[in-house]
Ligand binder design. Structure first.
Ligand code: PRP
Ligand code: ZN
Length: 292
């Protein structure tokens, strides 16, 4: 029996989607009570233990090996300067770190903040941005806060904030406007295990990659007249589609051949139009669950 310990965010932006990601791997994670901090799951490969932590604590726990794998925002990992833990980008939880000021403020860009104070929970990312932009030559003050940064300009603690923006709702609710994006983020998978010594962790990561790859593609099935087959297959290969099946035995109409092909999402429209132009029939498009 192998063991795998996974750290997920207890509450907040990534909580729900992290659980959904785990479910999409075929792991039956049943999280019914938000107060629960730990759950155990057994599958045929071994035991999986899921911890629910504050996102800021996840990189440290993974680095120390208390959890084998963690799912957390890239913003947290980079701020804590633990970038080397990042193993995979997960394509959800997209957000940005931005500078924002009161909506009626006359500050319109970063230079306007010279001699002023910015409140943030991301002092390292902000310092790096400012130092790069102004070659270490600026007098902007950074006021560190652990949360509720959006309140700072309204209570006179700072002239601007540097905080995460996802939907923009938090800024709007606090009468703030974005003036400069400084960093983009999304959910990442982090781990610190050595590659060969945790079989269950390796299986987990390969499953994650398969789900990611699956989301980037669709499976298309269609029937095409036998005489057009060569032309269509040539076109599909040319467009880097993966033709998985060409079945000459079409039971409905022997003058047709059935083709199955894997197509990148951004190519679907083009491929479909070309197939229609060549009188393809019974065109079906399927989502893919996992693609190894
Ligand atoms: C971030 C940020 C804002 C909110 C912005 O917090 O601090 O409060 O998300 O999202 P919106 O643009 O959709 O309103 P996060 O969920 O990362 O929690 P934390 O900073 O407390 O860990
Ligand atoms: Zn946090």
């Amino acid at each position: 029996m192998y063991e795998l310990k996974i750290a997920l965010q207890k509450a907040g932006r990534l909580h729900e989607e992290s659980i959904n990601m785990i479910k999409s791997l075929g792991i039956d994670i049943n999280f019914t009570n938000k107060l629960k901090t730990e759950i155990f799951i057994e599958n045929i490969y071994g035991k999986i233990q899921v911890f629910f932590l504050r996102d800021d604590d996840i990189p440290k726990y993974v680095q120390e090996g208390i959890a084998t794998i963690g799912i957390v925002g890239k913003n947290v990992v980079v701020e804590q300067q633990k970038d080397s833990l990042i193993k995979e980008y997960l394509d959800f939880g997209f957000c940005r770190l931005s500078l924002a000021v009161h909506k009626e403020s006359l500050f319109n860009n970063v230079k306007d903040l010279f001699g002023k104070c910015i409140a943030t929970s991301y002092p390292n990312i902000l310092k790096r941005y400012l130092n790069n932009k102004f070659s270490n030559n600026h007098d902007i003050n950074i006021h560190e806060m652990n949360g509720s940064v959006e309140i700072a300009p309204n209570i006179g603690v700072a002239d601007a904030i540097c905080d995460l923006v996802s939907s923009g709702e938090t800024l709007a609710l606090n009468d703030l406007k974005e003036i400069q994006q400084i960093f983009t983020s999304q959910a990442v998978l982090i781990s610190s295990f050595k590659n060969d010594n945790n079989i269950l962790a390796n299986i987990f990561i390969s499953q994650i990659k398969a789900v990611k790859k699956a989301k980037e593609n669709k499976y298309i099935l269609f029937n095409v007249l036998n005489k057009k087959l060569d032309k269509i297959i040539f076109f599909l290969h040319n467009e880097k589609c993966i033709v998985t099946t060409v079945s000459q035995v079409n039971l409905i109409d022997p003058s047709y051949t059935t083709v199955k092909v894997i197509v990148k999402n951004n190519m679907i429209w083009r491929i479909i139009e070309e197939l229609k132009k060549n009188n393809a029939k019974n065109l079906l498009i399927f989502p893919i669950q996992k693609f190894f």
